[in-house]
Each structure stands twice: as structure tokens, then as C-alpha cells.
Ligand binder design. Structure first.
Ligand code: A2P
Length: 264
């Protein structure tokens, strides 16, 4: 029986840390056990945290693994004075983490109308829900082309996404489904790289479409999912609305959906 069980809220379970990987001084990922009763749709987020001074300290985290996986992956920043991530970054295999029982969210395929091309636009840890969705077979059943963009300050920040995409394309099981449909487009803003600039800039000046050799956003055929910081969401949302896209939700599917990359 866990030592904190007397104060463990009914809304959470305690899960084991299976694996931890540090990508940079500011980014790490970890894998947890998944309770048998835990159901979610690829792209959703869940509350996650630790007991601190006898109380649960929980934050929303996008689940980075797909719905079919038997473990749960997360990708997080480390904020040195952040109440939760200052502690979470020291996780080791065998440690226990609190996991909410009710995942939810709008970055799900159900919230989008049918379309041909699906854009997933992310910055920083905002790639997490897309790490889930690019491993979801339904994504490839519903769309002809999937374009995942990831913009970070530095090249090293791109490693998590780049490595995942590489491993998918080479995967003997899903490589055949992913390879022909998934396009990965990474850019940096504070270091030299093959593509440079904020995603908003690359959309505005048309560079993204030129590099990808596709027509500019068209709400008749394109769908967009957006995940990043609050400022990134606001700016990108405004931009896609300018192209005539309307926002969707679980109750009212639309042309695009947005979600904050949860961070302290
Ligand atoms: P920049 O370096 O120009 O600020 P952060 O780590 O601050 O969340 O940033 C992650 C990435 O998102 C960075 O490349 C950053 O670019 C970019 N970014 C920050 N704010 C915006 C915004 N309002 N619109 C688009 N991209 C943004």
C-alpha cells in the first residue's frame, strides 16, 4: 500500500516510472505504467503530478504515446523553480507518479471535419500530443497527407521529435503506413538550421508551403491542429482564421483545433 494512500485523491492513481530520458538541460521525457482502466483518445491530455508536503500537486500533460500503447509517455520541460517540474525532472525508474483518471482534450481527430491534408503545428513541448497522433493508425486512415511541424529555439530541442519520426518511418509494422504520408518539417529560431523562423512567419511569408511544395492553406481540403505556448496559439489561430478556417471542438467538429502546451 502506498505511503500516501490515506490522502491520495479519488481522482488519481499512482503509477510507476518505467523510463526517463533527458534530451537537453531543459527537456526530458518519461514513461509510466498504464492502468488497465485508463482509456483515452490519441492527442488528449491528463493531470499528472506528485505528492508534495502531503498534498497532490498536479498539472495538465499531453499524453505523448498513442491510445493503443500499454505504457504512457510524456514530454516535459524542466523549470528550475517550477513547483512541479523542478521535482519531476529528478524522476528515476521505480518512482511513483500521480495520474488523473479522466483524460480529455480537443486535439483529437473527432474534433476535425474530414479533409485531405492534416497539419500538426507545434512549438517546444507542444509536439507531445502529435507524438501520440502520428502513431495513431486512424490518423493515416482519415488523411492522405500529414504534415508535422516543430519549431524550437535550438537544434538540440528538436531531438525528441526527430528521433521519433525516424523510428516510425523505419518501423517494420507501421513504417509502410507512415512513410508515404507523414512529412516532418522542423525549424529553429535561435540557431542556424536547414529551416529557420517561427512557424507563424513561415506561414505568413509562404516559405512553409514553398518548402513542402504544397498549395497555401485551404479550408476546403486542409485541417490544422495547433499546440504550443499561449502566445504561439493566439498568433497561429489568428493566422489560420485569416485563411478562412473555423475552430472545431468535440461537440462541433471544425477545420482546426488548438491546445496549450501545458507548462509552468
Ligand atoms: P522565438 O525564439 O522567436 O521566441 P518557447 O520555448 O519560448 O515556448 O519557444 C518555442 C518556440 O516557439 C521558439 O522557436 C519560439 O520562437 C517560438 N515562439 C514563441 N512565441 C511564438 C509565437 N507567438 N508565435 C510563433 N512562435 C512562437
Amino acid at each position: 500500500m502506498p505511503s500516501d494512500s490515506l490522502v491520495l485523491p479519488k481522482s488519481v492513481t499512482e503509477e510507476d516510472v518505467l523510463e526517463v530520458r533527458h534530451w537537453t538541460d531543459e527537456l526530458f521525457s518519461f514513461r509510466l505504467t498504464r492502468p488497465a482502466a485508463f482509456r483515452f483518445r490519441s492527442g488528449e491530455f491528463v493531470m499528472l503530478g506528485l505528492m508534495v508536503d502531503g498534498k497532490p500537486l498536479l498539472r495538465a500533460y499531453s499524453i505523448a504515446s498513442p491510445a493503443w500503447d500499454d505504457g504512457l509517455d510524456f514530454f516535459s520541460i524542466k523549470v528550475q523553480d517550477g513547483p512541479l517540474t523542478s521535482r519531476l525532472q529528478h524522476l528515476k525508474p521505480g518512482d511513483r507518479v500521480l495520474l488523473g483518471k479522466k483524460p480529455t482534450g480537443t486535439l483529437v481527430l473527432d474534433a476535425l471535419l474530414p479533409g485531405k491534408r492534416l497539419y500538426m503545428l507545434s512549438t517546444g513541448t507542444g509536439i507531445a500530443p502529435f507524438a501520440s497522433l502520428i502513431r495513431e493508425p486512424e490518423t493515416y486512415e482519415k488523411f492522405d497527407q500529414i504534415i508535422l511541424t516543430h519549431t524550437c529555439r535550438n537544434v538540440a530541442d528538436l531531438a525528441y521529435g526527430a528521433e521519433l519520426v525516424d523510428s516510425l518511418v523505419e518501423d517494420p509494422l507501421i513504417g509502410e503506413m507512415v512513410g508515404p504520408k507523414l512529412t516532418y518539417y522542423a525549424s529553429t529560431t535561435r540557431e542556424d538550421f536547414v529551416h529557420k523562423g517561427r512557424i507563424t512567419t513561415l506561414i505568413e511569408n509562404g516559405q512553409l508551403f514553398k518548402d513542402l511544395d504544397v498549395p497555401a492553406f485551404d479550408p476546403a481540403v486542409d485541417r490544422v491542429m495547433i499546440c504550443g505556448s499561449m502566445a504561439m496559439l493566439q498568433d497561429t489561430k489568428k493566422l489560420v482564421e485569416g485563411f478562412g478556417f473555423t475552430e472545431g471542438s468535440n461537440a462541433n467538429p471544425g477545420d482546426f483545433v488548438v491546445e496549450k502546451a501545458f507548462a509552468e
